[in-house]
Every structure is written in C-alpha cells, then in structure tokens.
Design a protein around this ligand. Structure first.
Ligand code: M6R
Length: 589
C-alpha cells in the first residue's frame, strides 16, 4: 500500500530522483510522504516530510547527496501528520528508516526502549524500529543491528534503513513487497517494479526474510534469519516506461480503459498457451477460483463460464473468506489465484493455507515477479501491461479473457474461444467510439447528483452488475449496488422510488426476458431505466447500445460501466486515479 523508492549512486541529486520515484508510486494511494537525504558523511540526515499529497513540492531544501530514500504513507498507526510521516530518525538523527507493514509487537519494545532513554517523537510503530536499531548498533556492526531488529519485528514488514557512516541502503522484507534494481554505478530500490522502469529493467524481487545491502557498485543479498549469503535472481522487466505513463490522456484510468481492446486481441492472438493450463484444471479434483474486489468478480465470471462452456463446476471464494473453505482441500485440489498486483495479502494468505493442505496453485496475475507469481506452481500472466489506476479496468478485462479461453480450452474448443474474444474486441471498440462515449458522458451529466444507483443483471450480467457498482462507488462516491435481477422482489425493490437510476444489462442471451422483467419491475416503481443492450426497448428511459459478443458480451458491458464511473467522477470533480481511502494494492490484512 505504501510506496518506497531508494537511490544510491553517482548522481548528486538523489533526493530529486527519489521525489520523481515517489511520484510514479502515487497511484498506489497515500496520505503523507517524506524523503531522507544523506549529505556529508557524519552530518545528521536531512528529512523532509509532509501530510497530504506531493503536488508541486520540491526537494530544493534538502542537501545535494548521492543517497536518498522516500516513502508515501498510508496511515495505520498514528494519524495523518507531518511527524508521523516516514522517514523516522533515531535519537541522534544519524539513522533513518522507512517501513511498510504493521510492526505487531512494537508496544512492548517501545516500553523497553523508553526505559533505556530513547526519545520518541511520533505515534507510529515504525519509529520504534529505528530506535531499536540505534540501541543494537551501540554494541554491534550496523548491518547486524538492522538484521537483529528486523528479526525482532513480528508481523509482515519491509524496512529500509540508512545511516550516515556506511553509504548504503539496507532493506529487509517479510510479506511487504520490495524489488531492487541494478544500474551502472548506481542502484535502486522500490516497492513496485514499475517505478524502476525509467532507470533499469534488471531487477531482483526480494523473497521473504531476504535482506539486501545496496551500495553504489553492488547489491549484496543475505538471508535475514541465518545471515547466509545469497545470489540475486536477476529478471528483466518486460514493460516499457511509456506503458506506465498516462501520455496524452488526462487520467491513467481513461488510458487503461482505451487499452482494453488491444489487451484482449493480444490474448486471443497468443491463445496457444491455454492448453497447458486447461490440462491442470482438467486434472484437478476440485478447483477454486479466488480473488479480492474486482478480481473476485472475475472469479465469479469464471464459475459461470466454466459451467456454461466447459460443463465443469468450479468453486469460488473471495480471498478474505477462503480460510473458512479449507476443509475439502487436498493434494488434488487446484487453486486459481487471481490478482492484478500479485501482492494482495488476502490472496497470498489463501495460497499459503491451500499449500498447507497440499493443493497446487495456478496464478492468474499481471505483475511479473510479484509474490503470487513466485509462489505459484503454474503461472499464467494476464499480460495487460502496467495498471496504475486504483480502479482496476484492463486487468479485469484481461482476467475475463483468460478465463473465457480456459473454459473453451477445457471444453476442447479453443478456436471458439478465440472467435468469441475477437467479437468482444469489435464490440468494445464500438463502445469506445466517439458517438457511444458521448452518450455515456451525457448520461453521467444526468446522473451526477444521484445518491444511489442500482445495477441489475442475471447470469454473467449479474457479476457485470457487481463490477459496475464497485467501479461507480469507488471513484465517484455515489452509492451503487449490483444485484441479481431475480433478487429485486426479495428486498431491494423497496428502495426504488420516482427517478431512482437503475442500470439493466440485457445482453442477447438466455437471460434477456427475465432481465427485462426486472427492469419493468423497477420502472413500475418509478425507476429511471438505463438499458445496456444489443437492441432498444420501450421500457428504457436511456439506451446504450452494446453489440453482442456471445459469452464475452460481459467485456463490452463492463466497459460501458467503466466509462460511466469515470465520467461521473469527472462531473463530480474528483480524481478517478486516486480515490479517497483506497490504495492500489492491499498488502495488509
Ligand atoms: O491486485 P489485485 O487484483 O489482487 O487487487 C484486488 C482488489 O484490491 C482490487 O481489484 C480492487 O477491488 C480495485 N480497487 C477494484 O477496482
């Protein structure tokens, strides 16, 4: 959730490099930020830290230096204040530390350190770690002190530490992601590989309990528990800098929405891979699709697709609930863990629990080298390119495309799967064409003052409704609810009054008639019906056309909802890329 960026090298504007690095991490969501620059050897470490966004801030007031690191904080312990922002310093101001995660046993340790005379300035758990290192460093080498302190920390944590003597960054991780980048006479560190792209593509993803000492000319790796020396597993990042920037688009989310036809046509063009993974699914006795948030809706889509196309039952669980579904797992089970980031804690925990039962893991993941990617037995890359908007768009469409292909491959009809994806590309392009976008913009203007929006669907359109509601609420802050149309009479209809906006997904499939009945029920209570369908109908007060794409019509339908959510957000004057209270990847429980 928090962002980390560190630099050590030959350039003397380290703080500026770090500031730019933090800006590339802003999409993760944060409420305060800070940078430490180590200037002259022996002098106190200079720190600038502030509550709020970076905005137009500069680091001109920090000294010229060749080592700096910074952090974007998403508050857990202690309010959003300048003092609570990272980096934190020890009592002498010569050791600085930043931290991701939750230091679970910080209170006991803090009490002991206070008795030892340490003076605390913030309310954070993080500050305890830097004083603990200071305490240990009185009697041992600095690196050893960091190692010992890290091993004392309970919970899932990543720490980065520097001091004024050693001119290195020391990083250790357990749970929270960290990646080191290899440069030429300079080296880097970040919480997110995409932030390293302008500098290097050669990286090593730190494993749990790995510790790295990052100097100007070398990066050394150790096992943080045993001290054993390790060799880095260098990987080359496949993404480009431009893929991770918004280019001519006003917001990343809009760019990512427009990239979707390309993502799906690339997946369709490279469908040969699917056979191997389909074989894993066929071989398993009991498969679970597990995801969180939008990825959990992809999992629900998978359940419908496998049933409809492959006539095969798969189970579905959301990551945070998966721990309560373990009883039937065994060595023949397969967990399909679905995640854009590959760092969502509830997914990583699910995978861990499934492993303990002997199950195999197939990761459907977008970030190469992420923890989920590394933990999995079988890896299926979503290949949507870097997704930086907090609201997941192209990764979701990529997940749907792979699950559709997998279902067709399990049914022995891969070519039909490719054909259906090709239709989805055509249909998405139509939704993204200027006249269609104008219509959606006009609708956003109409709905911008709504307090509630209801979205209905059946079958695959049920989860289209769920995903649409999530997109609308998370960025526009309008309360939206996705419903199975058949559930209306069981309660939600009570909320529909004159003018209540109701979006109905009515694709050309077996759900059409029953879905229409749902729209009519809403209309009869005064609802304002927005029909998303292949053909108009008199019950619709507003109509958005979506050409049929068979089982893949869910994709263009979701694009309509993404655009509506985006333009509602713009109309209401909010930033779609950085919704309040949310982070791009949820790396804590
Ligand atoms: O990185 P993941 O796919 O594991 O993330 C899962 C959810 O946190 C994510 O989809 C979240 O719900 C998004 N904000 C939805 O737009």
């Amino acid at each position: 959730m928090c962002g980390i960026f560190g630099y050590v090298g030959h350039q003397s504007n380290a703080a500026e490099i770090v500031l730019k690095g933090l800006k590339r991490l802003e999409y993760r969501g944060y409420d305060s930020w800070g940078i430490a620059a180590v200037g002259q050897t022996g002098a106190r470490i200079a720190v600038k830290k502030k509550a709020g966004k970076i905005g137009g801030a500069t680091v001109d007031d920090l000294p010229k230096s060749t080592l700096a690191f910074g952090h974007t904080r998403w508050a857990t312990h202690g309010g959003v204040t300048d003092v609570n922002a990272h980096p934190h310093l020890d009592c002498t101001g010569t050791i600085a530390l930043i931290h991701n995660g939750i230091f679970e046993n910080y209170e006991q340790i803090k009490k002991k350190l206070i008795v030892r005379g340490h003076h605390f300035r913030s309310e954070t758990d993080t500050e305890v770690a830097v004083h603990l290192i200071e305490e240990y460093a009185r009697s041992m080498m600095f690196t050893k002190a960091v190692q010992k302190a890290f091993n004392d920390m309970k919970g899932l944590n990543a720490i980065i530490v520097t001091d004024v003597k050693n001119h290195t960054l020391i990083a250790a991780r357990n749970g929270s992601p960290l990646v080191v980048g290899f440069g030429d006479g300079e080296n880097f560190l970040a919480s997110d590989a995409a932030a390293l792209l302008p500098h290097t593509k050669q990286v090593h993803f730190l494993e749990d309990d790995e510790m790295a000492i990052i100097g100007v000319n070398a990066i050394m790796l150790f096992n943080a528990k045993t001290g054993e020396h390790l060799q880095p597993k260098k990987q080359r990042l496949t993404w480009n800098v431009r893929d991770a920037e918004k280019g001519d688009y006003p917001f990343l989310m809009l760019k990512e929405i427009y990239e979707q036809p390309g993502v799906v046509s690339d997946i369709a063009a490279n469908a040969a891979y699917v056979q191997t993974h389909a074989a894993h699914i066929k071989k398993s006795r009991g498969a679970y699709l597990v995801g969180c948030g939008t990825a959990s809706y992809a999992a629900v889509a998978g359940e419908y697709l496998f049933s409809k196309i492959a006539k095969r039952h798969v189970n579905v669980a959301i990551g945070s609930e998966f721990g309560y579904h373990l009883d039937f797992l065994n060595r023949d089970s397969l967990i399909v863990a679905i995640s854009q980031s590959g760092e969502t804690m509830d997914i990583l925990e699910s995978v861990k629990k499934a492993r303990q039962k002997g199950a195999k893991i197939l990761a459907l993941v977008n970030v190469l080298g992420s923890t989920l990617y590394r933990e999995a037995d079988y890896k299926l890359m979503i290949d949507a390119g870097p997704e930086k908007g907090v609201a997941s768009t192209k990764a979701f469409i990529g997940m749907l495309a792979h699950l559709t292909l997998l279902a067709y491959a399990v049914a022995g009809k891969t070519n039909d799967g490719v054909a259906v994806l090709t239709r989805a590309v055509v249909s998405m392009k139509k939704v993204l064409s200027d006249p269609s976008v104008r219509k959606i913009k006009k609708l956003a203007k109409k709905l911008k003052k709504s307090e509630h929006i209801y979205v209905i669907g059946r079958g695959l359109s049920y989860l289209t409704a769920l995903e649409s509601a999530l997109k609308i609420k998370e960025i526009s802050y309008i309360h939206a609810e996705g419903l199975a149309a058949g559930e209306l009479k069981h309660g939600p209809l009570a909320l529909v009054t004159k003018g209540t906006p109701c979006i109905a997904f009515l694709p050309d499939d077996e759900t059409y008639g029953a879905n229409l009945a749902g729209a009519m029920e809403m209309k009869a209570r005064g609802g304002y019906i927005i029909g998303v369908s292949h053909k108009p109908h008199e019950v619709f007060d507003y109509y958005i056309q979506v050409p049929t794409a068979g089982e893949a019509t869910i994709m263009p339908n979701v694009v309509v909802a993404q655009l509506l959510a985006y333009y509602l957000t713009i109309e209401r004057g909010f930033d779609p890329d950085m919704p309040r209270n949310l982070a791009k990847s949820v790396t804590v429980k």
